[in-house]
Design a protein. Structure first.
Length: 734
């Protein structure tokens, strides 16, 4: 028996004795019991509860003695320093508080049940942001159990801690906040939630608590993302102009909606040819032969399934989970699409529905792209067929650079036409519009211009006649043309400009000039004055370039900047062959993504003046002669291989002069004269001595003349008492 049990037993006996005797001695024993309770640290509450429990155990006959029994209790508590006055009221308050505590316990149980029944997550955070209470819905959303409370700041499920800290400051400042944010579930997957927090102000400002709710909106966002992806993809692919653009758009939209990392499209040609592969995403393998064999087999087998249906594909190392989806996008089964997931996973019904809808839009887009590419190829073929032959007259270089796919080609053209008597007709034009209509207009205008050039009229009159032709061609209105006639012998260029880009002229030692004279309105535009005409003399070694606006026009840039870049490249390329000059201009002015408009170009290098070298006929001079001759040939735009032949022949002729002309006599001089005329190089080596007549069958000597005759197209040797002259002609074409 414990001290408490022994005390309660003695208290029961003493209380019965006092109820029976009701004298001072028995009442005084209560005081002794109180002192004992104080010594044995028996609580006052325990004494009171035991007292009333004893009264309940007494018989009904003792009920009238309750007030008397209370006197005994007060006597016992007196030793515990409890005031007797008003104790009855205190006892009643105790009973009330106890009843209230029991009521609060029932209410707390009800509150917990109510909070846990909420579908939304509910939490309470202290003034430091630590979560100190949560319901089961909140625990399910974040994946962290209530047993781990408190979850201190920053909470382990937060993804964007910086944004969360900003929202926490907002709640402290404004008393509330509502926002959407991603969180990381305890198992690792992403969850989107909407959070609503309110502050509960405490008596001390820095002791506020915060009550909030959290709702899982992951499914809602996924549905909205799928709907948005379908709308965006349908809108974007409807205007796509290339397969690469379609696949890029598809990857962008499916990356978020379905978690796709790569899109592969395979197109089979008619017959048994190897299919073409286009890829958006990584890995970007576009070779059918080097493609993963399993994927190649999957795409080949997909041609047997129903069009516009998506089928999930499992990889051997991911049994039960999809590695991607494959679909056929046309009834002819010649286009298959592979959507490769970022990681193997289960494909939901919503995913499959989304992909099916996307495939429908992609099928229409790919049909549109293939039709566009076919029309573009037809237009390009037609345009190239109507342009003049690639090999222009000597001294000229021509280029045609279509706009990069998926842009449509335009109506740009050029023409270089030999008119006889050293005269060359040059035309560069640009029709309004794109595609087949522009190509058709270009063809008619080019034919008209070529026919008019053959009449021998001057440029201004030719443009007026071309005006009349353009007025009869539908939609030829506002075509721009630069038309010129060049005399290659005199270097005089006569020209007239109908609203076109000015030509650029680069002259040795003089810089560059824009040919801006003789400008007037485009073709078929009403005018009140005759078309003007201007002339420009081309110095030897000058470079002339005519082009369409696609070369120099850029968004957010003035045309003057583009013209300045052309002039800079020409100035830096004066010593390059004319073909290299044309390539340099196209290459250096090309935008990073390629030209967004067609470029037609004609470049011309006016021949240099003749090369004349007069020097002593000694072996030491040969190296200098070869060096000067090579530079002159390069500047005169002589092809490198032919230039090598010319240097070899002239060097051999000079060697013969050195060895034979002055044998037995004082060393004299030799003269080397080289000039370019009418597509040929004429070279002449002259001395004032006499050569030894070569043997009919030379053994070692005399082979120099054999080499000269073998390489030169025409060779003449003139021996006279006053000296020897050897003339060699080298044709540059034909």
């Amino acid at each position: 028996m414990t001290y408490t049990d022994d005390f309660h037993a003695r208290y029961f006996v003493a209380l019965r004795t006092y109820l029976d005797k009701r004298d001072e001695d028995s009442l005084a024993f209560g005081h002794e019991l109180g002192r004992r309770a104080l010594a044995e640290r028996i609580s006052m509450l325990d004494i009171i509860e035991n007292h009333f429990r004893l009264l309940e155990e007494l018989s009904e006959d003792a009920a009238p003695g309750r007030p008397i029994a209370l006197e005994f209790l007060l006597q016992t508590l007196a030793a515990l320093d409890v005031a007797t006055r008003g104790f009855l009221d205190g006892t009643r308050r105790y009973e009330q508080e106890r009843a209230r505590a029991e009521d609060l316990a029932h209410r707390d149980t009800f509150r917990n049940a109510l909070v846990n029944s909420l579908q939304e997550g509910f939490f309470v955070a202290d003034h430091d942001g630590a979560v100190i209470e949560m319901n089961s819905a909140f625990a399910e959303i974040i994946g962290y159990p209530p047993e781990g409370l408190p979850y201190r700041w920053p909470h382990p499920w937060l993804l964007d801690k910086k944004s969360a800290a900003q929202q926490q400051q907002r709640v402290r400042r404004d008393g509330f906040a509502e926002y959407e944010t991603p969180i990381r579930h305890r198992d690792g997957h992403l969850v989107w939630v909407t959070v609503s927090i309110n502050a509960v102000r405490g008596a001390v400002a820095d002791r506020d608590v915060y009550v909030g709710t959290v709702r899982d909106i992951t499914a809602e966002r996924a549905f909205a993302a799928r709907e948005s992806a379908v709308l965006r993809l349908a809108t974007s692919v409807s205007v796509a102009k290339s397969m690469a653009e379609v696949l890029s758009i598809t990857l962008d939209e499916c990356r978020t909606a379905v978690d796709v990392q790569r899109v592969v499209a395979v197109m089979w040609p008619p017959g048994d040819g190897e299919p073409t592969v286009q890829v958006a995403g990584e890995p970007s393998e576009t070779s059918w032969r080097r493609m993963d064999p399993l994927l190649r087999q999957t795409l080949s087998e997909a041609r047997q399934q129903l069009p516009l249906t998506a089928r999930t594909i499992e990889w051997p190392d991911s049994a039960g989970k999809a590695r991607g989806l494959v679909a056929v996008l046309s009834g002819a089964a010649d286009v298959a699409l592979w959507l490769e997931l970022r990681a193997p996973r289960w494909v939901t019904a919503e995913d499959r529905l989304l992909v099916t809808v996307l495939i429908g839009h992609l099928s229409l887009a790919i049909q549109h792209v293939r039709q566009f590419e076919s029309a573009r190829e037809t237009s390009l073929t037609l345009q190239r067929a109507m342009l003049p032959p690639v090999k222009p007259p000597p001294g000229f270089a021509v280029r045609y650079e279509p706009a990069v796919p998926p842009l449509e080609i335009g109506g740009d053209w050029y023409d270089v036409l030999a008119l006889g008597d050293h005269r060359i007709g040059i035309v560069v034009g640009d029709c309004v519009g794109r595609g087949l209509p522009a190509a058709a207009i270009m063809g008619q205008l080019r034919s008209s211009a070529r026919a008019l050039l053959l009449t021998g009229a001057q440029p201004a009159l030719l443009l007026e006649q071309l005006d009349a032709a353009a007025s009869l061609i539908p939609d030829a209105y506002c075509t721009t043309v630069f038309l010129a006639i060049l005399d290659t012998k005199s270097g005089i260029l006569d020209y007239s400009n109908a609203g076109h880009m000015p030509a650029v002229l680069a002259e040795p030692g003089r810089g560059t000039t824009l040919l801006t004279d003789a400008r007037s309105v485009p073709l078929a535009v009403r005018r009140t004055q005759p078309r003007p005409e201007a002339s420009q003399e081309l110095l030897p070694g000058s470079t002339l370039m005519l082009f369409t606006d696609g070369l120099v026009e850029r968004k957010h840039e003035s045309i003057d900047e583009g013209l300045g870049r052309v002039a800079d490249v020409l100035s830096q390329s004066m010593t390059l062959p004319i073909d290299a000059v044309a390539d340099a201009v196209l290459g250096r002015l090309a935008p990073a993504a390629g030209y967004d408009d067609d470029v037609a170009m004609v470049a011309y290098r006016h021949p240099h003046g003749p090369l004349r070298i007069e020097t002593r006929a000694t072996p030491e001079q040969l190296a200098g002669i070869r060096r000067q001759l090579a530079w002159w040939l390069r500047a005169a735009d002589v092809p490198a291989e032919r230039a090598g032949d010319i240097v070899l022949v002239i060097s051999e002729a000079c060697t013969n002069c050195i060895e034979h002309a002055y044998r037995g006599h004082r060393v004299g001089t030799m003269l080397v004269d080289v000039r370019a005329v009418d597509g040929a190089v004429h070279a002449r080596v002259v001395d004032s001595g006499s050569w030894k007549t070569p043997a009919p069958e030379p053994s070692n000597g005399g082979r120099g003349l054999m080499l000269i005759n073998a390489i030169g197209d025409a060779v003449e040797i003139d021996n006279s008492p006053g000296g020897t002259a050897i003339e060699v002609t080298f044709r540059l074409s034909g």
